[in-house]
Ligand binder design. Sequence first.
Ligand SMILES: Nc1nc2c(ncn2[C@@H]2O[C@H](COP(=O)(O)OP(=O)(O)OP(=O)(O)O)[C@@H](O)[C@H]2O)c(=O)[nH]1
Ligand SMILES: [Mg+2]
Length: 230
Amino acid sequence: MSAPRPPSPQPHPAFVHSGNAIIAAGNRGRFEAARLLALNLVSCPGAGTPTLVIETFRRWSDSPAAVILNRDRPSNDLQRLHATGMPILSIDPGPARRLDAARIAEAIDRLSLPECGLLFIDDLGEPIGPTEIDLGETIRIVVCPAIDPPTTLLDNPVVWPATDLLLVSKIDLLPHPSANVEALITAARHLHPEIAVIRLSARTGEGMSRWLSWLRTLLAARQLTTRPEY
Ligand SMILES: Nc1nc2c(ncn2[C@@H]2O[C@H](COP(=O)(O)OP(=O)(O)OP(=O)(O)O)[C@@H](O)[C@H]2O)c(=O)[nH]1
Ligand SMILES: [Mg+2]
């Protein structure tokens, strides 16, 4: 796996439309000022995102973390996340059932941001979370289960160019007859040759150290290159 690229300072051109872009830019500025990494975890049902967040936090002793999540999450996922002690805000995705930059802006007004830490944004959707809406995140991550990844992801020209990392979860379930991991990775790389790819299992821990070191490298770069606003 190649070293993580620094987060791109500008949103993908596909995002530059409407008032959302202006609000997203404001969110991005606030994340930079707090020198945190805002991770937009675009995921589908079955990706195991709550477990991934919990297991990441458990191993993440260096700095604080917080979670924003889509209220569409089942309540048991919410309870498990609350049990970690991380500050958590569950927000209403509205009638369109998708998070947007304005909802994230409201959330960060209410949540104390983890200075120099991680902000997980769990953006669950079906068949996959919204991939074309800029939230102002630092890093856009598609979390996809190794078994039965959504077919809409294959050859998706909107998703992959704007995604920094493809995180293939639950790899302990491999090999499996309905797994199509290599086809997914090939499709992602075809449309975004420099995309980072990490395979992991939050259950067995395989791949978790690679994921954590990827995050730490990006967070260290952020500390060096951004300054808080006064
Ligand atoms: N085999 C395996 N199971 C996992 C893994 N991560 C989560 N799970 C299982 O999935 C169950 C539900 O956890 P969640 O984190 O909510 O995952 P999910 O419901 O599959 O996926 P979401 O729709 O993202 O919530 C857990 O109790 C685990 O049994 C993993 O890495 N491997
Ligand atoms: Mg779940």
